[in-house]
Design a protein. Structure first.
Length: 185
């Protein structure tokens, strides 16, 4: 999400929810042209509300996708085994991002990117979650893969399959976990 001060209170949250919902509906309908005036009309807000908060439609699309694909305070499994933690985590990610509305948001976020970015909130969130599991595995005396290996060999393929509308199920997610753990055995 972009770093902007927000007005406290319920109205600001309701407006943001209306905007995000409007964007989700437009993306879901495969709208040919998504513009601030079109979004504002759908959300029932003045277009200046959008212009004040986002520099362009692509930035808004990214914010919507990030909000849809991450949750503040989302915890990772803590089963006592890295293999089980990673398996449950991969299952949760796979089930979440294959939901039709999540897949649309993810594809919209990717479509909004025209330039390379320095950071991505979705990646940062997944990195923090993987780091927590790796830290706990070290504390238990397990030899885990690196956080980057988990991102590259579990998380990235899950998102790749969704972005390109390839099949993704629990078995696929489990194979990815098995493969990354085999790297350190």
């Amino acid at each position: 999400m972009t770093d902007r001060p927000s007005r406290p209170g319920g109205r600001s949250n309701r407006v943001l929810t209306a905007i995000y919902t409007a964007v989700g509906e437009l993306v879901g309908q495969g709208a040919d042209k998504i513009s601030f005036p079109v979004i504002a009309e759908r959300a029932g807000v003045n277009p200046t509300t959008l212009y004040r908060r986002w520099p362009d439609v692509n930035a808004l699309l990214e914010d919507v996708a990030v909000a849809a694909l991450t949750r503040d305070g989302e915890s990772v499994p803590d089963t006592g085994s890295l293999e089980q933690d990673l398996t449950e985590w991969a299952d949760v990610i796979a089930r979440d991002i294959t939901r039709p509305e999540r897949a649309r948001y993810l594809r919209a976020m990717v479509a909004a990117r025209v330039d390379l970015v320095a950071t991505c909130v979705v990646t940062d969130t997944r990195r923090e979650q993987a780091a927590e599991m790796v830290r706990r595995a070290h504390e238990r005396g397990e030899q885990p893969p690196t956080v980057q290996q988990i991102l590259d060999h579990v998380v990235a393929p899950l998102y790749y399959n969704v972005v390109f509308a390839l099949p993704l199920d629990d078995d696929h997610a489990h194979r990815l976990v098995h493969d990354v753990l085999a790297m350190v055995r």
